[in-house]
Write a protein that binds this ligand. Structure first.
Ligand SMILES: NC(=O)c1ccc[n+]([C@@H]2O[C@H](COP(=O)([O-])OP(=O)(O)OC[C@H]3O[C@@H](n4cnc5c(N)ncnc54)[C@H](OP(=O)(O)O)[C@@H]3O)[C@@H](O)[C@H]2O)c1
Length: 313
């Protein structure tokens, strides 16, 4: 297959997909895109474990979202997960890997928030969006290895191409840009997804790693920007060019469910605002830099103390 070719799929997955008997995990599945993913997986028959910080709020949102679909209540289980807290990630990982796992969707995220740090002093967007997901993946990798067509889907952003990633300054103690830190975390998502695929393939694992994005979506993500002006401009842009969460999620759903997706493309929506196709485009050159990917992997393993798929030195 050409590495420059775009792949366009009018349907993110075949109409007759039956996920009965499959186990899936979605982080941040209580709102926005994650909620669409959870609802779709459960409607197709999968059991879904949803990881969120605010369990009652997510339960209410999910109950409301699935009430019309006649989905059995016990198909979706909400468990507490705080990606900024590695103890919480390990506990959730243990719950998620109680038996074989078929799909892990790394969707949760925060964007452009005021400066905060995790317990190691790492800036919170990098720690939440990337490090927490890196650790969770390591915790559930064995369970995924026993799954059917097992996949990891990392939800990033097209903004990753604008990011700078300096692994020697992840605390941002000198200078903090909320938007720059978000872009950095989304670049880390892409580098992680590509490197994970590389290591899985080299180790002979059946698991595949995909990266996807929603374009601009009208979700609660944009309500947390510290600057009122940024919030107002983003709300205008979202109204003008953004999609509702359901159509915006087609790239994630294609990466999770389609037989026609490849791991060397970045999957997102294209075309119609209300009924887009899924489009897989080649990654930007920054994702091809192996030394950068390895440096991120090793830093992430050190900061989380999660060591899987190590490459011999
Ligand atoms: N919306 C867009 O335009 C856009 C564009 C590009 C990429 N994305 C990406 O799409 C993904 C989903 O975002 P969204 O737009 O659907 O926003 P959202 O509705 O705000 O969803 C984000 C979810 O992440 C969860 N979350 C936040 N911090 C967490 C933590 N520490 N531990 C566990 N869960 C946490 C939140 O739930 P709790 O607060 O209950 O924990 C929330 O449900 C994100 O990765 C985002 O970067 C979105």
């Amino acid at each position: 297959m050409s590495t420059t070719k775009r792949i366009r799929l009018p349907h993110p997955f075949p109409a007759d997909v039956d996920l009965t008997g499959r186990r899936t995990v979605v982080t941040g599945g209580g709102s926005g895109l994650g909620l669409v993913t959870v609802r779709t997986l459960a409607r197709l028959g999968a059991a879904v474990v949803v990881g969120v910080r605010d369990v009652p709020r997510a339960q209410r949102a999910i109950q409301q979202a699935v009430s019309d679909d006649e989905i059995p209540a016990d198909r979706i289980r909400v468990a507490r997960l705080d990606l900024l807290d590695l103890d919480s990630v390990r506990a959730f990982g243990a719950t998620a890997s109680e038996s074989a796992l078929d799909l892990l969707v790394l969707n949760a995220g925060i964007s452009s928030v005021p400066l905060r740090h995790d317990r190691n002093g790492i800036e919170s967007q990098f720690a939440t969006n990337h490090l927490g997901h890196f650790a969770l993946t390591g915790c559930v990798l064995d369970a995924l290895g026993h799954g059917t067509d097992p996949r990891v889907v990392t939800v990033s952003s097209a903004l990753y191409t604008r990011a700078r990633l300096d692994l020697t300054d992840l605390s941002d103690s000198q200078h903090y840009s909320p938007g720059g830190a978000y872009n950095r975390s989304k670049l880390a998502n892409v580098l992680f997804a590509v490197e994970l695929q590389h290591r899985l393939r080299d180790s002979g694992s059946p698991i595949r790693s995909f990266a996807a994005h929603p374009g601009m979506a009208r979700t609660p993500l944009h309500a947390t920007y510290p600057s009122a002006a940024t919030r107002a401009v983003t709300a205008l842009v979202a109204r003008a060019i953004g999609r509702e969460p359901e159509p915006a999620d087609v790239g994630v759903l294609a990466a999770a469910l389609s037989p026609d997706v490849s791991t060397d493309r970045f999957w997102g929506p294209t075309g119609s605002r209300s009924a887009p196709d899924a489009l897989g485009v080649p990654f930007a050159p920054v994702a091809a830099d192996r030394s950068r990917r390895v440096a991120l992997w090793e830093t992430s393993a050190r900061l989380t103390d999660v060591r899987v798929l190590d490459v011999p030195a």
